[in-house]
Each structure stands twice: as C-alpha cells, then as structure tokens.
Design a protein around this ligand. Structure first.
Ligand code: F3S
Length: 646
C-alpha cells in the first residue's frame, strides 16, 4: 500500500509509538522557531532545563509580534531573547527582519524536515514541504533541548487541486474554499496534504498561504509536495542545496479526499467573525469599506505585494479608506523599494508599516467604531482587531487592493483585461539576499552574558509530586471558565508575558479579585471548577501563573483538552469528579488532601480526595497515559525532560 507524504516524513522522524491514526507517537524535531510573544517564556523554560546549546539542526528566534516600544518592556524582552539566543546556539532574527513564517520560508525552510514553532501558524512551512507544527513554548523548549515532540498520529486528508486560477482569483481563495467546505473544526487530528495537476501553477508563497491558513481548520498541519517549483524557489534564495524531491506514492491511501477545480473558483471573503464564514463577493455585495490592511504571515510575500502594487499603480486610495501595507520581510520590503513598487503604493496613498505582525495582532491600526475592515490576515475573531464593533473580512491581496481604490468591496474580476494580465507576476529568478538582520549564535557560550531587564523574571518550576498533596479549596468556579478568566491577556498585561510574578496579581481576577491575595496568603492549594475548565486559547500562562501561586491541583467536572495538557506540563494535577454531584459537596475554603499521592497517580486512574474540613471524601479520575503520569510525578515536563536527558 502506497504511503502519503505525511506518513513518509513522520516515519523518518519517528521516535516512539505506532503510526495508527489517533495513537500517540513521538517524533524528532529538526528545526524550531519562536516569536517574541511566546519566545521569552520558551527561552526561560529552555534555560531552566540547564542545556548549554540547542540540539536541533537550527533554531531561530524571531521578533515580530510586539515590536511597538511605548515602554521599556518589549525592548527588554527583545534584548533578553537576542542575548539568550546568542548564548545557546540560536539564530536571532532582529526586529525589522520580518514575520517569522515569511522569513522561515525564505531563509530557513527545508523540504522533508520537521519544524516545531511556538506559533499556531507554523504550518506555513508546509508550503515548502516541511512537516511544520505549531505548539506551546514549553514543547519548543523541550525540542531545543533534544527532546521528542509527542502528538497523536493524524489522519491524512488529500485535497486534490485541478484546473488553474483565473487572474484575480488567488491562493487565498483556495484556502477560503477549503475552509468553507471543511469548517474551522474539520481539520482536527488531521494533516491536509495537497496534490494534483494544478500544483505546477502554484508558487511556494501561494502554497504557504494555503498551509498557513490550514491552522484555521484546526489541522495538525498542512503540506505540499516538494517539486521543481520548490527547487526554483530555493535556487532563487541561493539555497538549492536544501532541495529534495518529495511526493506521496501514486497509490497512497488517504483517510478523506476533496477535489477543488481552481478554474471554477471566484474571489471569496471570510465574513465576520469566523474564518469559515466564507461567501462569494457577489453574495456579500458592494459594502462600504473603511480600512484595508495588506500583510500578515498569510499574504505578505513578494508576489502578494507586487500584485497589490500593480493594482494601485497610478490610482488613488478612496477618501473613505485607510490603506495600510506591511511587507512580510526585509527581503520583500527591500525588493519593493528597489523595483519601484513601494513608490507606486506610497503614491496611491498607502500607509506603509514595518514588516511585522502589526494590525493582525491588534498592535496598532485598530479600526474605527463600527468600521468595515478588509484584511489579508488569517483570523477575524470578534474583537481581535482591537475594536469590538468592527467587522473584519478576510480577503486576498487582489480584493483588498481593488477595494481600497473603489472604497467598496470589489471583485478583481471587474478590472480591465490588461490589468488582470499585469497580475500574472513572475517569481524572481533571484531574490535579494541580505541576512544582516539575522545574528548568528556565538561560538563560545561563555562569552555571552544574558541581559535580563526588570521585566524578565524567573520561570516557576514545580517540585516532584509529594506523598501528600493538601491545601485549601481556594476558589470554586462555575462552568466554562476560559483561559482569559484564568490569565487575562489584555493589552495592558501583554508586555508582562515574561514576568509571572507581576501577572500573578491578575490571575482569575475576572472571577474573584481577591483570589491572588488569598492564594498567596495560603501558600497555594486547590481550584474547584465546573464543566469545560480552561477552554479558549492554548496559553501556557493559564497554567504557569497558578503554578506560581502554589496551585497543586484543579478538580473539575471536565477540562478543555489543551489546558489540561498545560496543567500536566506544569505538574498540576487535573482531576475530574467521578460523580458530578460531588461538586456540591466541596465549598470554597474547605481543606482537601490526597494521601499517598504518588502511588495513586500511578494507579488505575481513580482515587479519593479527602475533604478534611467536612470529614468526607469523594472519588476523582486522572485521565492520563503512562508518560503523562511520569510527568506529573516528576513535577512537570521540564523536570521530566531533565531527568530523561541526564
Ligand atoms: Fe503574526 Fe498574525 Fe501571523 S500575529 S504570526 S501575522 S497570525
């Protein structure tokens, strides 16, 4: 039976497990990337592991998220990341060098390799034939330390692309069509593998737009084969030696299959407030537009920018529109400056931003109240732009640029035929290569002193699980507590992501403002919660900050999966009430105890918690595998990895 491309790469990197969909496997990681928002914590965690030099083939630290410096915090973080990278064998992409995924594609991505990144859009690397997976900072720290990455063996979905896009219809429309068909939940536990005759018409940046937004399907990752187009791209980046041909076997068997005829596609938009709320522009109609943002890791490549510039050339941005453009990398920016396209954009009235995430993450350019904003980004979640009343539509660069001129949502297919011809942008045979904003690591670690501004505070590390776990039920909560409740991520708190002691004063404050002070006074204890505790983002801080406050266990009716994993990684016991009615038998302030905790954790998964205050006890379940039990015994993933590496 033939193998899928995904299977082949995973098999080559397999460290443990059976490659049967749904079963846990572990793989070796060749490359890692971090961005600054998650990177500070990842490097504090890496330092805590006590590993001198990274053990990956190459690891890169990017600064692209929090590049605004309206206080010293972000600049301090940049300095810390720069120095810690230099000391431990990591390449440092300085602020201004570009968005991690765009730069990775240009300068670091290698077909057939594995990439683990502390950013959910790491699958962008699948555009160049990598198995590129987004993960938490701690997973990336462990990978940098030489540890394996654990995941459930994914199913593989084949998306066959036939036909050819018409000029004015873009790669963005392909992934919007996939999202329309599969929805934001359709990719969970799956890798999306692309194939078909249309591949020869899609450039590496086109493919990367598609794999980037595969993250919105909830997919583990997405991947394209590595072919002559990949080779030409690498050659144009002076990296032809990194090329390997990669493809699925002709008789590969897939778990699911979708076919998309590109010739039949038309320009699409994801309407507020979900990336899968996809409609044709005709269905939406000519709505008035207030803002247009072209950029982000989805659509900021050279060809994306050149298409926008071709549309804007000789035209004027509509009076009612604010058009902002952020090229994805220094390479792209520099080439636009050199060939005059930047001048065309400026002349048309575009506001040029630095090459960084910017508006995508709400760092500047929040739209006006009730505004309509067209963006080439990948996410349009409610409030993400910084303006809750704004409506964000996700579109291609072509739709964005045409609409910026007309002032209303407009299809590029309305452009005259000669203009459409100009949108057939040739890939350059040679990109402008200048890596002077990438600082290589030091030869000798001892020569480098890590600079820690006041915002860089030590990372909390748990201790081995004691024989007896006891403490007060410090807070009793309702159903559906989100990670935003546990650790709010307001703009005010964002600069303090490397300062857990500071953040601890806000932990669970949306539920009870007095909680942080009570937890500190008690020296820690338990949390009690209802259904679906920890739903929302994968934010590790929602486990790390409770760890800092001394939380030893959370007893809930049920947990959100990713938060549960983060609790385990921090060595906090995630315990589920066997009988939901027992939730009512615990009151805030009760003293709880688990005796012979180590033995119980290693047991069959069910044991009792004593309610010392009431003289009662109730059964709980620990729903984890053998390896995760070992992590809990060790007091978290860092301690566990240290032990494994010893
Ligand atoms: Fe940055 Fe937005 Fe991509 S925050 S990494 S441009 S999803």
């Amino acid at each position: 039976m033939g193998k899928t491309l995904t299977y082949k790469i995973l098999e080559q990197h397999l460290k443990s497990g059976n490659m049967v969909p749904g079963e846990e496997i572990s793989i070796g990681i060749d490359y890692t990337l971090t961005q600054d928002s998650t990177g500070t914590m990842a490097y504090l965690q890496f330092e805590a592991m006590g590993v001198d030099r990274v053990k990956t083939k190459k690891s890169v630290a990017y600064i692209d998220h929090n590049t605004l410096q309206s206080g010293s915090e972000n600049a301090d973080d940049h300095k810390y990341i720069g120095t810690v990278a230099k000391k431990h064998g990591i390449y440092f992409s300085r602020p201004g060098n570009g968005i991690c995924h765009q730069v990775n594609l240009e300068r670091f991505g290698v077909p057939g390799a594995t990439l683990l990144g502390s950013d959910s859009h790491t699958p962008t690397g699948g555009g160049i034939g990598m198995i590129a997976i987004g993960a938490g900072g701690l997973d990336v720290a462990v990978a940098m330390g030489g540890g394996a990455y654990y995941l459930n063996m994914p199913k593989v979905v084949n998306v066959e692309l036939t036909g050819q896009l018409r000029p004015g219809v873009a790669a963005k429309d392909i992934i919007l069509e996939v999202l329309r068909r599969m929805t934001v939940k359709g990719g969970v536990g799956k890798v999306i593998e692309y194939s078909g005759e249309a591949l020869k018409t899609l450039t590496v940046p086109d493919r990367a737009t598609i794999t980037n937004m595969g993250a919105e399907l909830g997919a583990t990752t997405s991947i394209f084969p590595s072919d002559e187009i990949t080779r030409a791209f690498l050659k144009a980046q002076d990296r032809e030696e990194d090329y390997t041909e990669l493809k699925a076997d002709a008789d590969a068997v897939y778990d699911e299959k979708i076919t998309i005829d590109l010739s039949a596609l038309e320009p699409l938009a994801a309407c507020p407030h979900m990336p899968d709320n996809v409609k044709t522009l005709d269905e939406i109609g000519p709505i008035k537009v207030d803002q247009v943002c072209i950029g982000s890791c989805t659509n900021s490549s050279y060809t994306d920018m050149m298409k926008a510039a071709a549309i804007l050339k000789g035209k004027q941005v509509a009076e009612n529109v604010s058009l902002v453009i952020a090229p994805g990398s220094k390479q792209v920016f520099n080439m636009l400056a050199e060939n005059g396209a930047l001048s065309d954009m400026i002349a048309a009235g575009a506001r040029i931003l630095e090459c960084a995430c910017g508006p995508c993450i709400g760092m500047g350019q929040s739209p006006a109240t009730n505004a309509v904003s067209l963006r080439t980004n990948n996410r349009n979640f409610f409030g993400r732009s910084g303006t809750k009343s704004a409506d964000i539509y996700l579109v291609s660069p072509e739709v964005a640029a045409v609409s910026a001129i007309t002032g209303v949502l407009t299809s590029p297919l309305t452009l005259p035929a000669e203009k459409l011809e100009e949108l057939k942008i040739e890939m350059p045979s040679h990109f402008m290569i200048n890596d002077n904003m990438v600082v290589p690591p030091a030869e000798n670690s001892a020569d480098v002193e890590v600079v820690r501004g006041p915002n860089i505070q030590p990372f909390p590390i748990n201790v081995e699980l004691p024989e007896e776990v006891k403490g007060e039920a410090l807070l009793k909560m309702e159903d559906n507590i989100t990670t935003d409740h546990i650790m709010p991520s307001t703009a005010k708190l964002l600069p303090y992501r490397s300062n857990i002691p500071y953040l601890s004063d806000y932990c669970l404050s949306p539920v009870d403002e007095t909680f942080p002070a009570r937890a500190k006074a008690a020296g820690g204890g338990f949390l009690v919660a209802g259904q679906n505790y920890g739903q929302g983002s994968s934010r590790e801080h929602a486990a790390l900050v409770p760890l800092y406050l001394g939380i030893k266990g959370v007893i809930a009716k049920s947990f959100a999966r990713i938060h549960m994993a983060n609790l385990i990684n921090s060595g906090i016991l995630p315990l589920v009430f066997v009988n939901e009615a027992d939730y009512d038998a615990v009151a805030q302030g009760d003293q709880l105890a688990i005796r012979d905790a180590r033995e119980k954790v290693m047991g069959d998964g069910e044991f009792v918690v004593e309610n010392v205050t009431r003289g009662t006890s109730f059964p709980v379940r620990l729903e984890v595998s053998g390896r995760l039990k070992d992590i809990l015994l060790a007091g978290g993933l860092l301690n566990y990895t240290k032990k494994q590496n010893a």
